[in-house]
Design a protein around this ligand. Sequence first.
Ligand code: AMP
Length: 599
Amino acid sequence: MPHDTPLIATIVAGLGLAFVFGALANRFRIPPLVGYLVAGVLVGPNTPGFVADAGLANELAEIGVILLMFGVGLHFSLKDLLSVRAIAVPGAIVQIGFATLLGVGLAWLLGWSLGAGLVFGLALSVASTVVLLRALQERRLIETERGRIAVGWLIVEDLAMVLALVLLPALAGVLGGQQPVDDHASLLSLPASYGIWGVVGVTLAKVAAFVVVMLVVGRRVIPWILHYVAHTGSRELFRLSVLAIALGVAFGAAKLFGVSLALGAFFAGMIMSESELSHRAAEESLPLRDAFSVLFFVSVGMLFDPFSLISNGLPILATLAIIVVGKSLAAFVIVIAFRYPIATALMISASLAQIGEFSFILAELGVGLKLLPEQGRDLILAGAILSILLNPLMFLIVDWMKPWLEKRAGKAAPVEESRPIGPATEPGQVASVLAARGEEDGPPPKTALAGHSILIGYGRVGSLVGAALKEAALPFLVIEDADKMLAKLRDDGVETVAGNAANADVFSAANPEGAKRLILAIPNAFEAGQIVLRARAANPAINVIARAHSDAEVEHLKGLGADTVIMGEREIARGIVEVVAGKATVPIEPAIEVKPQPA
Ligand code: AMP
């Protein structure tokens, strides 16, 4: 007689049915995720037939979340994270506030308490990591500027929810609920004697402690382990080390520091991304990541009761409206207020117009604390399923609205021009910048230039090089992928190819075959290396000048065929020495005053 194997049954039923319905969905040109959700509903307790173990399915889904966030961390540096904080922090906070207000409003209409409204609203305000990352990956947006903003925004939401999960049990009494009794809640809560601010303080201190431990210890230990394992030459051990580190750090972060699993995994990935082996690490975790993120959708489907759509119709519609319309509008207005292009605002709105795993956890906690009525949990579940189903449609709607909105913004331009200090990107320019990007509409057109220089990156380094080329009347064009820099390029009247230079179509639009010189002014030596290889293949005679930040990078780039590599730190030292010796040449930035040292 076969013994009882619920874990195997859940994995087999989940993956098997997800495959069948995913393939069916694909056949009908519907996103496969719809098929995964349907598979979940079928193996869930609300439909007849086989019922999988919901608890196990949930835990399996968590592994998917860990691996996804780990993958994102691998593509993210601390610098990337800090570079979007100016918009991600206020954006996420304002959006959470707005969605919570709407939630409280709906709760009031339904006759719930204020506490119930707060939990409900918070649950509606936080987007699902899995859904957002899947959407960005499918559209290859993760490594664009708008993708970075969306991910940064998500991380701030994640942090806010960690705080909410810890605070709710402490505040339950005040809000008209019950102090926690079950294990899960009491694990998260702290003694009541701490007081509200005490609890906030301890929580923040724990998050900070985790970050410090990762930056100080993790940063040394993790690369060391990877290097050690890579030198053993065993592929299997390397894969194992990557998995062990991702899962181990995430789990440790959750158990020891009360940080969410997703956040822990993100940090593990981010630390690993500093190591040169990170690209291999990323590839090793791909297949598992895809399999487990499918189980996430199956586990969500399992929670859904299709019959609630009939019994709860109107409140469900209202919930969905808050998630899809309310949150999107808030995000759109905030991003536009920060003077980003319309396309960026639309993309961010669409990607955040859904809710998922964190909302379920909050809802469960709320019901457990007797704050949220059971109906609230049903509404959140239905809202999650429907908003996840509608998410691909949101991206379509956004694509369809873009030209229309841009035209309207273009008409408004003359009014904007009369303002004394214009925004970084005038609405009138936006349309042409976007047209220049040609992001979603196939490869960019090829330049007519020949015998020119190709300058890659127009940031702190590239923009100065560009100015010098212009001064010397040398023909050149720039490849750049950040929206803000593209607007600046347009202001400067420089020919531009928009997009990531490591992309084959983008690079060949710059006519490397006919170019005389390639100047790499981007900080990432890995990407630069790829581009050097591509350039050498297209044009053996091209003169390549590259930028580096360490001796190892200099060697790496020279090895791949760069003619000259300028090392940033060495040049900084040279500048300092010149100032010390009183021989400073005229500084590039007129704002810096150089005073010769008295002899
Ligand atoms: P900075 O470090 O300030 O010189 O900025 C580097 C600039 O290069 C930024 O504006 C980036 O958007 C841009 N950049 C970095 N990588 C790429 C790439 N692969 N393709 C195009 N532009 C890039």
